[in-house]
Every structure is written in C-alpha cells, then in structure tokens.
Write a protein that binds this ligand. Structure first.
Ligand SMILES: [Ca+2]
Length: 152
C-alpha cells in the first residue's frame, strides 16, 4: 500500500485523514492514519498469515480472489467516514509493480490508489501436498491442506 491521490475532502478543513482497510477473504488489516491530506502516503506492507484458499490451484492461479481496499476518513469524534473502495486482483508474478487503481464510491471515481498485491505460492519441503501463498503488500497467505488441494 503505497499511496492514494485526489481523494475526497471529508472534513471542514477541506482535508481528510485517510487510512485503508485491506481485506482478503476472511482477513483484513489497516494502514496507519495519515492526517490532513487528500494525497496520503502510507508506504506500508501488510502481510496476511494463515489464509486458506480451497480449490484447484490452477483455478486459483487463473482467477485469484479479489482484494478489497476500503478507504476511510478517521474522525476523532464520531464514526469514521467511508471515502471509497478499490477492487483489486493479486498478482502471481513476483515483485509486481505498483499500479494505480480507481477508488469508487457510489459509481463515481473518487481518487486513485497506488499499490501492488502479490500472491506467492510456495511448496513446502516437508509435505509435497502443502503450499504456502503470500499476498503482499496486503498480506500473506499460508495454510496446509489435504493432498486434494495445494493452495495455501
Ligand atoms: Ca477526519
């Protein structure tokens, strides 16, 4: 999660205090809050652990689950406000480049997110039927499975 730009102003001072919640399957993580900006730079790598993906590894590889990034404005008083959402695909190539993703709210484009999402599959030496997958920067995936399925 590198940065976002051209986000909406949610506060009276014409700025926002943006942070992002990154969700992959049943897990989610937050970035830090960047105060008083519409162009936050988080520069954070979020790693997810212990995520299981069931299914044929080839299918998962061909069509990996989406990553959902939701951006919120932090408020000291009251509930944080939703600023927009990105639906992203993880890359299965190593060290994917950062790319811009549209931030959408109510069918409107409300900024862009610069991020890279990596899903790494690794076979465990101890058990040929088990793989480990990492999703970066939004997270790492790892799981052990029966021989039927070889993902995470
Ligand atoms: Ca705020």
């Amino acid at each position: 999660m590198y940065q976002a730009r051209d986000l909406m102003a949610m506060d009276k001072d014409s700025f926002s205090d943006p942070y992002a919640i990154v969700s992959f399957l049943h897990q989610s993580q937050k970035t830090v809050v960047i105060k008083n900006t519409l162009n936050p730079t988080w520069d954070q790598t979020l790693i997810f652990y212990e995520i299981e993906i069931f299914g044929d590894p080839q299918n998962v590889s061909d069509s990996p689950p989406n990553i959902v990034v939701e951006i919120y404005d932090h408020d000291t008083y009251g509930a944080d406000e939703f600023m927009g959402r990105c639906i992203c695909k993880p890359s299965l190539t190593r060290s994917p480049r950062l790319s811009w993703h549209p931030v959408i709210k109510a069918n409107r484009n409300v900024g862009e997110l610069l991020a890279a999402f990596e899903l790494i599959q690794r076979e465990k030496v101890s058990s040929p039927s088990c793989f480990q997958c990492w999703l970066l920067p939004s997270g790492s995936l790892r799981t052990q499975q029966d021989p039927t399925f070889a993902w995470c």
